[in-house]
Design a protein around this ligand. Structure first.
Ligand code: ADP
Ligand code: TPW
Ligand code: MG
Length: 581
């Protein structure tokens, strides 16, 4: 590059691409880098560490990427993942796509090979047109070719990740960029500190008024809180609207704890009832996707015109103007950031002296909920041998109540569904899980990021299959000595441990693993604490020891291998559902 040579020839002080990348990130408040080193970013990772960034080095890029996305969800700032070219980049791509799907802000920075060679397909080391491949899987993708553009590249990446609907951004940094030099003063002047990266988006007065009218006239109103509401960090505005309106609410999985799950208006334990019966539903940062049966069908009270579903009306608060009408008609879209939208709706209801939600409806909902909670309490108290999901999760439920700051990471099928419904959350943004895709493999990446970003104790409740996708990262947990306690719900397989090989052959069925596997020994291999437990009492003791010591701990919780059901709670999505095999 002409800039670097002339700069050095003149004997001026210079700055190189490595330093500009580091300074640009630090200027914008980045503290942690989740990476796997190698050509061409080995030196970048070393220099980042030298310059005071916390570099968390993983064993596989997918988990580094997942960590970055979890940091994004927890902080509203983009988490940064750093990978090598082609294969490392591809390994990180699943996490980038997952972040985009879940509306988590992150930036995947990958080193890349020499452009001239890549574009002529002349066979460079790890050759791949990474920018083109990343584009359909993220919100935005940028490449920086010149040192003087690093500041702009990073600023654009940050804005794209966090403004509007958050998501994943890809930033391509070719190997040749790093050693490029430019005059120090010009280099420093080229850096940009992003101002107001995610500006408040105020909803229009008419849209707010439309929503208020619907709420005022509702006989059976319901509020659904999604992970967008948790992400928005508008906790007190959300609480205020719910409490002043008296409307029952349902938290989606990662919105659990935005208000405590034990809140008087929480309708989680009457989910089917409220979904089927509500006449006005206000979605707050939640999409009407498969997780809400697309707003139609049996879940919502059936398909016939005579029933409640035909007359149901939706209010949808979302930052994305194109989300409304994606599945069913939205009578009152309110487009803006959740804090602003919720506050304006609450203000309008107060000014109009709107009465609290219809008492007949709320009584019916809360009676139903209380009856279901009482029923569940009996199941949780049972102490079968071997222990099952309920009896082991009763211990986790008690743990979260005693330690509400704990961040709960959760994946699996039954291990996910039972945990979500049994374990109450008490604080916002403490539950991280498989999200919109139901993706396995987020466990250790999310757990590492949760511990690194917040310093809080992390409890990862993992199906034995789910754990396997990121299991090698227990070494990472040990290496950084993180307060992560992993509980593996070990039922010897995917969904359960009793499937048969339909051919009658010697291989085990595709859903089965080695029986009685000792996952706890994996943790011991790296100096962490590993124990096997078979009863709730043993599980409780092991968790308490982990929380007291804050040592990396893996608890292999042996549960009844017959206890799970196929696909957990989403059996209906299996192509053969309902057919006899
Ligand atoms: P869940 O899976 O919990 O139902 P989704 O991921 O489907 O939640 O929906 C989250 C929604 O929240 C997305 O449509 C996204 O556009 C929206 N969102 C994210 N952040 C904000 C924000 N700050 N203000 C308003 N809406 C937001
Ligand atoms: C990336 C398909 C959904 S749930 C699951 C798989 C493999 C594992 C369920 O077994 P586990 O839980 O974790 O032991 P349990 O308690 O029911 O026994 N690959 C990816 N994502 C998904 N969702 C799958 C495969 C799947
Ligand atoms: Mg299992």
């Amino acid at each position: 590059m002409s800039t670097d040579t002339s700069a050095t020839a003149a004997g001026q002080e210079t700055i190189d691409g490595f330093q500009l990348v580091i300074d640009a990130l630090k200027l914008n408040g980045v503290k942690n880098i989740y990476c796997v080193p190698g050509i061409p970013i080995t030196d970048l990772s070393r220099k980042m560490q030298k310059e005071g960034l916390r570099v968390i080095s993983f064993r596989h890029e997918q988990h580094a990427g997942n960590a970055a996305s979890a940091e994004g969800f927890l902080t509203k700032l983009p988490g940064i993942a750093l990978t090598v070219s082609a294969p490392g980049f591809l390994n990180g791509l699943t996490a980038l796509a997952n972040a985009t799907t879940n509306c988590f802000p992150m930036i995947l920075i990958s080193g890349s090979s020499e452009r001239e060679i890549v574009d002529l397909q002349q066979g460079d080391y790890e050759e791949m047109d990474q920018l083109a491949i990343a584009k359909p899987l993220c919100k935005a993708a940028f490449r920086v070719l010149h040192a003087e553009d690093i500041g702009v590249g990073i600023a654009r990446a940050i804005r794209a990740a966090v403004s509007g609907r958050p998501g994943g951004v890809y930033l391509d940094l070719p190997a040749k960029l790093m050693p490029q030099e430019m005059p120090l003063a010009a280099g420093m002047a080229s850096l940009i500190k992003v101002v107001d990266a995610a500006p408040a988006q105020i909803p229009s007065d008419e849209s707010v008024q439309r929503a208020i009218e619907l709420l005022k006239n509702a006989k059976r109103p319901l509020i659904i809180l999604g992970k967008g509401a948790a992400y928005a960090q508008a906790d007190s505005a959300v609480k205020d609207l719910i409490e002043m309106s008296g409307i029952p609410y349902l938290p989606m999985s990662m919105a659990k704890g935005l208000l405590p799950d034990t809140h008087a208006q929480c309708a989680s334990a009457a989910r089917s009832y409220v979904l089927a019966e509500a006449d006005v539903v206000m979605l707050v940062g939640a999409r009407l996707n498969w997780l809400l049966s697309h707003g139609k069908g049996k879940t919502w009270g059936g398909k016939t015109p005579a029933n409640a579903a035909a007359n149901r009306q939706f209010i949808q608060i979302d930052i994305s103007p194109t989300e409304a009408d994606s599945n069913v008609a939205i009578a009152a879209p309110v487009v803006g950031d959740i804090g602003s939208c919720v506050a304006q709706i609450a203000k309008g209801l107060k000014l109009g002296n709107a009465p609290k939600a219809n008492a007949e409806w709320t009584k019916a909902v809360f009676d139903k909920r209380d009856a279901n909670v009482a029923k569940m309490a009996i199941t949780l108290e049972a102490n079968p041998s071997p222990m099952n999901y309920q009896s082991s999760l009763a211990v986790i439920k008690k743990t979260m109540k005693a330690h509400p700051n704990t961040i709960l990471v959760n994946e699996g099928a039954n291990a996910l569904d039972f945990t979500r419904s049994i374990v109450d959350m008490y604080q916002p943004r403490k539950r991280l899980d498989v999200g919109t895709w139901g993706i396995m493999g987020i466990g250790m990446g999310f757990a590492v990021a949760a511990a690194v970003t917040t310093g809080e104790q992390v409890l990862a409740v993992e199906g034995d299959s789910a754990f396997g996708f990121s299991g090698m990262e227990v070494e990472t947990v040990c290496r950084y000595n993180l307060p992560v306690c992993i509980v593996i719900m070990n039922n010897n397989g995917i969904y359960k441990g009793t499937d048969k090989n339909l051919s009658g052959g010697a291989d085990v069925a595709p859903t089965l693993f080695v029986k009685d596997a000792r996952y706890d020994l994996m943790m011991q291999a790296f100096g962490g604490v590993g124990v096997t437990v078979r009863t709730p009492v043993e599980l409780d003791a092991a968790i308490q020891a982990a929380f007291t010591s804050r040592k990396p701990t893996l608890i292999n919780a042996v549960i009844d291998e017959t206890a799970g059901t196929e696909s957990g709670r989403i059996t209906s999505l299996n192509p053969t559902a309902g057919k006899k095999s």
